[in-house]
Design a protein around this ligand. Sequence first.
Ligand code: AMP
Ligand code: MN
Ligand code: MN
Ligand code: MN
Length: 273
Amino acid sequence: MSIDLHTHTTASDGALSPAALLARAHDNGVTTLAITDHDTVAAYSELGSEADFGLNLVCGIELSCRWAGIEVHIVGLNIDPRSGAVKCAASNQRLARTRRAEHIASKLRQAGFGDILESVIELAGGASIGRPHFAQHLVDMEYVKDTRQAFRKHLGGNKLGNLKQFWPELKQIVDWISGAGGTAVLAHPSHYKLTHTKLRALVEDFIGAGGTGIEVVSGRQIPTVTAQLRDLASSHKLLASCGSDFHRPGAHWADVGGCEPLPDVCRPVWDTW
Ligand code: AMP
Ligand code: MN
Ligand code: MN
Ligand code: MN
């Protein structure tokens, strides 16, 4: 049994179409899959509801929000993609992404990169527009050698293209997921580079906001991190989730279905569905 509850498609910043992702998941032996595109459930409309996918498909979304001045990602699992709450979340986040893209483009223009907004919008091709599209454009224009460098020099950390003020607060995101009948899961907790104390504070605020799950396993993760997250989940009585955060074949993190199983002591998030 292989379960992957965090993946991306061309509806956001993934390289595979929803159908191609399903085929790859199936080939890799995945039995339960959630597509969790950034701030959109468009992949699910593209797939339709009647098809036999050959695996158990759980409807999901990954929502960006703000917490204590940093950007945090919350995965909503087992949501109803047609609910008012999801529609509200998706349209709100789409607007936030558009505004953010305008501001990033403006910052880059001031820094001498020219007018790139139209090209980036075209590159996104209707998908949920994000920094990876900016990164790709900077690579195409040969301003940087690869997307990693684009993030390091211009789009990540404290660089000019990393703007967080457009995202809603954590509580709003958890409310949308709860309103859609889903389980809110704190995504890739080790990516935020927080101290133990700060991570505990995030977890406690997340629980206070109504969150009930945490990714104990995210992509290729070292065993000591998994052990820390397992203990954090246990001590805070959080449900445990696992996902590859797959974006494209050949990337350095896990392939779809490629992450380690959850530690035995964890209570899996799917126990409650
Ligand atoms: P956004 O959704 O616009 O905030 O962009 C964040 C996305 O960019 C993440 O979901 C990753 O897919 C990607 N990303 C973040 N950091 C990096 C990096 N250092 N190199 C390449 N891609 C990255
Ligand atoms: Mn992404
Ligand atoms: Mn994320
Ligand atoms: Mn993700």
